[in-house]
Write a protein that binds this ligand. Structure first.
Ligand code: UDX
Length: 455
């Protein structure tokens, strides 16, 4: 099938590259000529495991351009996957979506095109995109559209760092559409994923337990709400275990054992019960805020989702409180933060807990040094005022420090030769912000181990 993808961020690029790998002809459009140039020469502008390999395997069926006219006319499916960042009032900024929908509406021609919204949008945006497409079509063609296109919603559940895995082996595919023809087109587009009949890439084998992938087909509004509800639930699940962690710390219980003990109940499930400094990233904060705002439009508060956000902020503050408790005074103390990206295997710094924690420590007068195995370059660009605190080596982070904090669970930190560094520190305090380090081992080496829950 012929596919066009507007936007080459995480979602758009993963979608485009994966669909080309699966045998479709894909044109990816992005307004940024530098991105397009870099992708044409096989260099993904984002750090995502396996992306370059898949890009190389799919290159014959994949084109990158800045021009919608090269991709939209004659496409069976156009995905709109542009960014929808949060505005200060919690609403998403839909400017890029409007502009993409306008360009698509002008270029759509020939046959029947399903325009799929993959950006996370407020509930009801399907109708809004449809109106923009119609207006743009009419201004270009001088007549109203007569069934040339139809809008569908196909929310994305991919995790950064596992984006390609999640696209090829999803838990489910959700399609929202009020038009049976669109449903049929998208069913055909995704058939090889739904039935798992494609040859897996050598570097990403199919999980043994995976059978056919369920498809959830709904109306537009339900599909849009599924995305928000899923993210709000996951964010709440993490905040829930973090809240339990606080109580565990008070009563002397081990929150990791508690998480295991409840997670084995099939109704709860073991995933997303890892306690720590909490969630960050481009989705959970933005989507929970947008969901609360949408509910507010109908005069409904969302106390559970709001509380999940509050608890998440508390977790970031807990790092500072724990250090204050241990070191008493933070002024002048040298504190190293291990990990800047909001989670391992990505260089994404959006809503990263480390940035918040660093700023809070600095406000307390601490001398903060920062390290990340991958996100350093991006950090320099995006947080220029904090950039001088960035260290290239771990020796610099540990040297003469009063504490180091594990903020992001990069495997490099878990596998670190901790013994080598203990002697460099002025005070050998390690605050494990992810419950990921081996306490006994570190204590035998001479570290003073603190967990974020205070136990
Ligand atoms: C998330 C959703 O998982 C995905 O389905 C959606 O499409 C986009 O948002 P992502 O932001 O890539 O994906 O990250 P994810 O792996 O879900 O982690 C989110 C945050 O939660 C990270 O900061 C992570 O460190 C944190 N987390 C995750 C925890 O603190 N504890 C956990 O148990 C799991």
């Amino acid at each position: 099938m012929r596919v066009c993808v507007a936007g080459t961020g995480y979602v758009g690029l993963t979608t485009g590259v994966s669909l080309a790998y699966l045998g479709h002809d894909v044109v990816c459009v992005d307004h940024d000529p530098d991105k397009v140039e870099s992708l044409r020469s096989g260099r993904p502008p984002i750090y995502e495991p396996h992306m370059d390999a898949l890009l190389a395997e799919a290159s014959e069926r994949l084109t990158f351009t800045t021009d919608y006219a090269e991709g939209v006319p004659g496409a069976d499916v156009v995905f709109i996957a542009v960014q929808t960042p949060s505005l200060p009032d919690g609403n998403p900024d839909l400017r890029y979506l409007r502009s993409a929908a306008d360009s698509v509406g002008r270029c759509v021609a020939g046959g029947f095109t399903v325009v799929v919204n993959k950006s996370t949008v407020p509930i009801g945006s399907g109708n809004w995109v449809d109106a923009i497409l119609r207006e743009a079509f009419e201004s270009q063609h001088g007549r109203r559209p007569a069934g040339e296109f139809s809008v569908a919603s196909n929310p994305e559940f991919l995790r950064e760092g596992q984006a390609i895995f999640d696209t090829l082996y999803p838990d489910r595919i959700v399609i929202g559409s009020d038009n049976p023809r669109s449903l049929d087109v998208l069913n055909r587009l995704y058939r090889v994923i739904l039935n798992q009949t494609f040859t897996p890439p050598t570097f990403l084998p199919r999980p043994a337990e995976l059978g056919a992938v369920p498809m959830v087909s709904t109306d537009l509004a339900s599909a849009e709400l599924i995305k928000y509800a899923a993210n709000a639930f996951l964010a709440t699940k993490i905040s829930f275990i973090n809240e339990i962690g606080v109580v565990a710390g008070k009563v002397g219980a081990d929150v990791m054992q508690v998480a295991r003990g409840i997670g084995l109940d099939a109704r709860i499930g073991p995933r997303f019960l890892e306690p720590g400094v909490g969630w960050g990233g481009s989705c959970f904060g933005k989507d929970t805020a947008a969901l609360i705002t949408t509910a507010g439009d109908y005069h409904h508060e969302m106390p559970i989702v709001s509380a999940a956000r509050t608890v998440n902020q508390q977790q970031r503050r807990a790092v500072v409180d724990r250090l204050l408790q241990e070191l008493r005074i933070l002024k002048g103390r040298r504190i190293g933060l291990l990990g800047l990206a909001f989670k391992p295997d990505t260089d994404d710094l959006r809503d990263a807990p480390a940035v918040d924690v660093a700023r809070q420590l600095i406000a307390h007068g601490a001398r903060v040094s920062l390290h990340d195995p991958v996100a350093g370059e991006r950090f320099r660009r995006e947080q220029p005022d904090l950039a001088p605190r960035l260290c290239d080596t771990l020796d610099e982070v540990f040297d003469d420090s009063d504490a180091v904090v594990l903020v992001t669970k990069w495997s490099q930190y878990l596998d670190l030769d901790w013994e080598k560094y203990v002697g460099l520190m002025r005070e050998p305090v390690v605050l494990d912000g992810r419950h990921a380090l081996d306490r006994g081992r570190l204590e035998r080496m001479g570290y003073r181990y603190l967990s974020i829950t205070g136990a």
